[in-house]
Design a protein around this ligand. Structure first.
Ligand code: SAM
Length: 482
């Protein structure tokens, strides 16, 4: 039996199977323990301090009790608290991004992914630098400023040099007033040396989904290829941090294993990063398995229903209050709308999950990784967000100003985000409206910006933000940031 140790550098000790089983048992036993549940909700509530607002968060065991609780009244309290926490640290801003698929060549055997090696009928494609250029121009013309690049694992077709070359190309393109200002990277687990190269290439967050924290299931779901190595995959974030990347993004693919197991594992991973590196994950993603070429999600018997999915999101928000949360276009408009209230701070828009999909007039399906549920244009998503009370943000300022890792977290904790992220969101939204939006979206957007500028607490910041918004409207000056 492996003992549980959050500070250990060994996957099977910081994600201890026994500790997870014990956690699930404890949560089940206490799921109707109202005094305990009330005390956890109280512990997690935002508290005012001398210089801002603080949240204590919850441990994996504590949060698992909330997740197990099915008392309708308590679940409603959780939802309310999740929203309160989200508003305290992230306000009503929603950061926008799009995935960019570089290559679907892959040597792994992941049974849930259509890019697996044995899929001989899917078209294989890898973008040339000219094709990357075309994709990036199409993305810039929609208004995107932030991308997450995606690639299968293939040392011959997609070596690190290829990924680095693509990043360089992406950052070099400035079409009209467009620019990609932050490239996040979602590629397979790699070496410290390669993480260092990614850091030097100026990436934002390194994202790697664990898929499942259950080792036994992991080995079955990844029967062949380098990804089969559970420890190498699970310890990847430690190597990324050793390589100098201090913004890392966690996630599990919900539907592969029991959600209670994944939830506890995910939070233990976050606790491990905090314990060892002094900074938790920058983001947590919550993908659910989708239909895809060669893949029928029905064969995985752990599908997560929408209500449970909502509870998972709320409980993550309560447990790790400062971590950004991401939901993709795998989910429908309705599911995303609900998730936004419960703690999501970043969403993708107008995504295409095929290699080379953005440069095509019609959405291509031949190289797609999975079906996209939310197929609206970026303009439609932006307008929808504003109509439902959110501020779409195209901001990329933090990491470009060196506010990464614990520096970002301390900004978040001291509530300085209102003097910083809020004006940045308004200025980047102005850019979007002027350069890319439809007349209707522009009208709604400028009225919203006018109202929101008033909410900037610092007089000086408010004045500068107002001047910058005017400069964006009246000239080609862009990329203002605090
Ligand atoms: N190949 C890289 C790796 O191994 O981590 C990452 C890139 S992959 C394009 C991004 C993520 O897509 C995977 O980590 C997986 O969680 C998710 N994915 C794979 N198949 C999926 C499916 N059928 N439905 C939804 N998401 C899927």
């Amino acid at each position: 039996m492996k003992h549980y140790d959050a500070r250990s550098m060994k996957a099977e000790e910081f994600i201890s199977h026994e500790e997870i089983l014990e956690t699930i048992r404890y949560a089940e036993e206490n799921k109707h323990n109202i005094p305990l549940i009330d005390s956890l909700l109280e512990k997690a509530r935002p508290k005012k301090t001398g210089n801002g607002v603080r949240c204590a968060g919850l441990s994996h065991r504590e949060a698992s009790v909330l997740l197990a609780c099915d008392l309708p009244e308590k679940v409603q309290e959780m939802y309310k608290l999740a929203e309160e926490i989200k508003l305290a640290f992230y306000g009503n801003r929603i950061v926008m991004f799009a995935p960019l698929y570089l290559s679907n060549y892959c040597v792994n055997g992941c049974v849930y992914c259509p890019y697996h090696l044995k899929n001989k009928h899917i078209a294989r494609k890898k973008l040339t630098q000219e094709e990357v250029r075309r994709e990036v121009i199409a993305l810039q013309d929609m208004g995107h400023k932030r991308l997450a690049i995606e690639a299968g694992e293939d040392p011959v077709h997609n070596p690190i040099e290829y990924i680095l070359e693509c990043i360089k190309t992406i950052y070099s393109i400035h079409h009209k007033n467009g620019a990609i200002r932050r490239v996040n990277v979602n590629i397979a687990a790699t070496t410290v040396e390669n993480y260092r190269k990614l850091k030097e290439a100026g990436i934002g967050t390194y994202i790697l989904f664990q898929e499942t924290y259950n080792k036994e299931s992991y080995l079955e779901l990844h029967p062949t290829g380098p990804k089969h190595d559970y420890a190498y995959h699970t310890e990847a974030m430690d190597r990324a941090m050793e390589g100098g990347i201090d913004d890392v993004g966690l996630g599990v693919l919900f539907g592969l294993e029991g959600y209670q197991y994944e939830f506890a594992g995910l939070l233990m991973h976050a606790e491990h990063l905090e314990a060892v590196h002094g900074v938790g994950p920058h983001t947590i993603s919550v993908p659910r398995i989708k239909r895809a070429d060669d893949i029928d999600p029905g064969v995985f018997d752990n599908g997560v229903p929408d209500d449970i999915f909502a509870k998972i999101i709320a409980c993550i928000r309560i447990a790790v209050p400062y971590t950004g949360m991401i939901i993709s276009t795998r989910e429908s408009e309705q599911v995303r709308a609900r998730a936004l209230d419960l703690g999501i701070s970043q969403i993708s828009g107008a995504s295409r999950t095929s290699v080379g999909g953005y440069a095509e007039e019609e959405r291509p399906h031949d190289t797609e990784q999975f079906d996209v549920s939310d197929q609206r244009t970026l303009d439609e998503v932006v307008q929808w967000l504003m109509k439902t009370g959110y501020i779409p943000s195209f901001c990329t300022a933090c990491y470009r100003e060196g506010r990464t890792g614990d520096r970002f977290m301390s900004l978040c904790k001291t509530g300085q985000i209102l003097n910083c992220c809020h004006p940045n969101a308004l200025m980047t939204l102005s850019e979007y409206l002027v350069d890319y939006a439809s007349p209707e979206t522009q009208k709604i957007g400028f009225a919203l910006i006018e109202r929101e500028l008033e909410k900037i607490p610092g007089e000086k910041v408010r004045k500068i933000a107002r001047e910058n918004v005017a400069a964006i409207q009246n000239s080609d000056r862009r990329d203002f940031r605090f």
